[in-house]
Design a binder for this molecule. Structure first.
Ligand SMILES: [Zn+2]
Length: 227
């Protein structure tokens, strides 16, 4: 495990179970993967398109953990996914909207933190660290829309990271305007090779996700302003 702050937090999180002598299997590192993978090429989204807005909740206490789990408010994706996102943003701009990104590449250690703190009955909303997440591969992005005229986030049927049926892209409640905005985001993303997660309207996977391996590289080790 890398000796990062997150790594230390992870070790601390595991200690109580170990001290209690519990017989559960503890996962201490990313899953071992075999096969051929593309070389990682993480790029900072706003370096490609500064008009994409960021609201990196995981760098603030306003997230599932109730404390920052990212040391920096930055968002990265593998280059082809980031370039596709720029095309989505350009298409939406023509009809008055922009993309508001909550999260992109997520180091594996953070996926582990979320899994450990989530009650078992809510774990459909978090990735199993034994399998890793498409975020860990730099091929998943959590995002919403902002209105260009107001600069504000567009209302959706649920808030980001809400663990309820309102988060499902198929949810039929909420207002018509909220559902229309959600469906507009989905159509725009699908047009550029992304698919929506069946239970999270804000989460999209890039089509080539399986060609990238799970990464546990902290943001600080990703070169700044690469283009
Ligand atoms: Zn996600």
């Amino acid at each position: 495990m890398r000796k990062t702050l997150l790594g230390l937090a992870l070790v601390a999180a595991l200690l109580p179970a170990a001290a209690a002598g519990q017989a559960t299997v503890q996962i201490l590192g990313p899953p071992h993967e075999t096969g051929e993978f593309l070389k990682p090429d993480l790029v900072e989204i706003v370096a490609l398109d500064p008009t994409i807005h960021l609201d990196i909740r995981y760098a603030t206490p306003n997230n599932l953990a109730g404390r920052p789990v990212y040391p920096e408010a930055r968002a990265f994706l593998q280059r082809p996914a980031a370039e596709a996102l720029v095309r989505v943003d350009a298409a939406l701009k023509k009809i008055g909207y922009g993309l508001l990104v909550f999260d992109g590449y997520r180091p594996w250690s953070v996926t582990k933190v979320f899994w450990d703190m989530t009650p078992p009955d809510k774990r459909e909303f978090v990735a199993d660290p034994a399998k890793g997440s498409k975020h860990n591969r730099g091929c998943a992005v959590d995002l919403s829309l902002y209105s260009i005229s107001t600069g504000r986030e567009v209302a959706m049927p649920s808030v980001y990271d809400e663990m309820s049926p309102r988060a499902y892209p198929s949810f039929t409640g909420g207002t018509a305007a909220e559902r229309d905005a959600r469906d507009l985001l989905r159509r725009a993303m699908e047009a550029e090779g992304f698919t929506v997660e069946p239970n999270e309207w804000w989460h999209f996977n890039y089509r080539d996700w399986a060609r990238y391996s799970i990464l546990n590289v902290p943001f600080s080790e990703i070169a700044r302003s690469r283009r």
